[in-house]
Design a protein around this ligand. Structure first.
Ligand code: DGT
Ligand code: CA
Ligand code: CA
Ligand code: ZN
Length: 609
């Protein structure tokens, strides 16, 4: 503790480090981690819940729609609503006086009393019931009032126990539909990581392109936006023989179950359980369909609003003049955006996170691309837990056209890797000898250090000085308090030899939560000390996550997009890191491994003597 707090006191940014008492922090919005929900999203959820509860209690259908529209509008509103007064709230589209008053009440008291009243009448589980396809509000209330069913699980149990027999409006067919709906819901809650989704999508798209009559075939949806997890895969195609294509789709080796088979849309579940929707669209609607099915929903709501303002109507079929019905644009996606008065917006930005505003101002960022990368700064060989020997990794990296490659095997504190000083030094010798043998690619000798629970690392400064590059990562003590984790990361930043923090949150998508840290404090420290944050491209890491990367960007932080490859094929995971970086709005200027070697070397040497 003593040394750690001394370090803290030396830092110019210590003011942003949480005080010893975590409850003494001035306001929750500074708390940092991505888990903190925007007020907009909280309010959107509450308004949607209010709409649902009005519907369930048999309220006015018009009123239900008004609240639903307001919910979407607030959720998609670009400015943060916390701190807004009544007047400003009323300025939000679809927010009238009475909704503004409810939002205002929530912002001041943390609750909306009308909603609280409704909640006392209808248990939360009953509202969950209406999420089941084929179960509307009326039936949900019947189930609750007649049988006391107040959750999806109790509904499932009741059906299986035959309790629904004879209940008015619930025939055997309904029961079957409900059970299937419940099953679908269970499956739908399982999302897969970007790498898994991409693998399946590319296999399917490749197969479909070979089907006779198929003209175009691509994936859209969250996958095209490179979201870190995908719920299902949306494939679009044009074909001279739609029926043949649909038929072929249902017969692919990866197809496990056909959920729905139609002329324009067919849905299957792969043997691994992921849903894939194939839509065959008219060639003439290609651009509009691609725009629509790429999403996100929130982005589409904005593009449709823009259309409405121009007296146009935007749908998956095209952009139409409302007055004349004339089709203005539809075949080409860029053309659809163009006719809306917007530049083409890269899919990775389409989340209604400010991209519409930036596009309107002509200020979309020139996003970093895979072609911009000149090297990889975090890779492993079989000296520790990698699979391939140094020569193979180097040859494969050179094959990718890199100008430099850093080999960063694990350091001794990760005991099972059995790294020693001697092994590290011998590897350095080999790297120096081999350097120049791979298409002129520069080989850098690095290491991936372990940030200990107190923020110290494996080797003393004298030894670290011998490496071209030190990455430092969290590999243990993931459940420390926010304060401890923050201090640990700050201390690593403060070490002049550490130039990159590897996979900073240590999350494993679907398996391990990100560590809790005061990220704003970490970002400030990174910017002050010239420490880059990694975007680890491994598809089950994607770490830093995009939202945090964007926040770090705002603080002037630099980034390294690294493969963290433990085998030759992993070098190709860079695309996922680039997708994540784009979702964080990063440009080449902030990404150190897009820089020419000399600029990178200067960055790596700064402050080390
Ligand atoms: P996912 O599958 O949960 O990872 O996320 P997405 O974004 O792929 O969502 P999905 O598969 O439900 O729909 C694909 C896209 O289609 C979505 O991003 C936008 C568009 N879309 C689908 N349904 C709607 C809708 O009701 N309204 C709007 N505006 N767009 C929709
Ligand atoms: Ca999807
Ligand atoms: Ca979908
Ligand atoms: Zn690591």
């Amino acid at each position: 503790m003593g040394t750690a707090s001394q370090v803290k006191d030396l830092l110019p940014y210590r003011l942003t480090v949480p005080a010893t008492d975590p409850d003494s922090r001035p306001c929750p919005t500074q708390a940092g981690v991505a888990a903190v929900e925007r007020s907009n999203d909280q309010v959107a959820d509450l308004l949607q819940e209010y709409a649902d509860l009005i519907a369930i209690t048999g309220g006015d259908a018009f009123k239900v729609r008004v609240y639903e529209k307001a919910a979407r509008s607030v959720g998609g509103y670009a400015r943060d609503i916390s701190g807004m007064g009544l007047g400003e709230l009323r300025g939000i589209p679809n927010v009238g006086a009475s909704i503004a008053a409810k939002i205002d009440e929530f912002l001041h008291t943390g609750a909306i009393h009308q909603l609280e009243e409704l909640r006392t009448k209808i248990p939360a589980g009953v509202r969950m019931l209406t999420v089941i396809p084929s179960l509307g509000p009326k039936k949900a209330v019947t189930l609750y009032e007649e049988l006391g069913i107040d959750s999806i699980d109790s509904l499932e149990a009741a059906i299986r126990a035959g309790l629904l027999h004879g209940l008015h409006g619930f025939g055997p067919k309904t029961e079957e539909n409900l059970l299937h709906g419940i099953e679908l819901m269970h499956k739908a809650s399982e999302r897969v990581d970007l790498g898994v989704g991409m693998g399946i999508a590319e296999e399917i798209v490749t197969a479909l392109r070979q089907v006779p009559g198929c003209e175009r075939c691509v994936y859209a949806g969250s996958l095209r936006r490179m979201k870190d997890t995908v719920g299902d895969i949306d494939v679009l195609a044009t074909s001279r023989e739609p029926a043949t294509l649909m038929e072929a789709f249902t017969r692919l080796p990866s197809t496990g179950e056909v959920i729905a088979h139609g002329d324009t849309k067919t849905s299957i579940r792969t043997v691994a359980g992921l849903q894939v929707d194939l839509r065959v669209v008219p060639a003439d609607s290609w651009g509009a369909a691609l725009q629509y099915f790429t999403g996100s929903r929130a982005h589409n709501i904005r593009t449709r609003e823009i259309a409405v303002h121009k007296k146009l109507k935007l749908s998956e079929y095209g952009l139409f003049d409302v007055a004349t019905g004339e089709k203005i644009a539809s075949t080409d996606e860029a053309d659809v955006y163009g006719r809306l008065g917007l530049p083409w917006i890269p899919p990775t930005l389409r989340e209604d996170n400010g991209e519409i505003e930036a596009a309107l101002r002509g200020e979309l960022p020139p996003l970093v691309t895979e072609d911009d990368l000149r090297g990889d700064l975090h890779t492993h060989t079989n000296l520790t837990d990698g699979l391939a020997p140094l020569e193979e990794m180097a040859a494969a990296a050179a094959e990718r056209g890199y100008a430099y490659l850093a080999v960063t095997d694990h350091a001794p504190d990760l005991y099972m890797q059995r790294m020693t000083d001697e092994k590290a030094l011998a590897q350095r010798e080999r790297i120096r000898t081999l350097d120049g043998n791979f298409r002129g690619m520069r080989l850098l000798h690095g290491t991936e250090l372990n940030i200990g629970p107190e923020g110290t690392v494996d080797w003393p400064p004298e030894f670290l000085a011998g490496f071209d590059l030190c990455v430092a990562s969290l590999h243990s003590y993931f459940t420390q308090s926010r304060e401890e984790t923050t201090r640990r990361l700050l201390r690593a930043c403060e070490n002049p030899h550490i130039k990159i923090i590897g996979h900073p949150t240590a999350r494993l998508i679907g398996r391990r939560e990100p560590v809790d840290a005061d990220w704003d404090a970490v970002f400030t420290a990174c910017a002050c000390t010239g420490t880059a944050l990694e975007i680890d491209a491994f598809p089950d890491r994607l770490d830093l996550p995009a939202e945090l990367a964007r926040r770090a960007l705002g603080k002037g932080v630099r980034f390294a997009i690294d493969s963290d490859a433990h085998a030759v094929p992993h070098l190709a995971n860079m695309r996922y890191g680039v997708g994540t970086a784009q979702r964080g709005w990063l440009t080449t200027d902030q990404v150190i491994n897009t820089w020419p070697l000399d600029r990178l070397l200067r960055f790596l040497q700064e402050g080390r003597q």
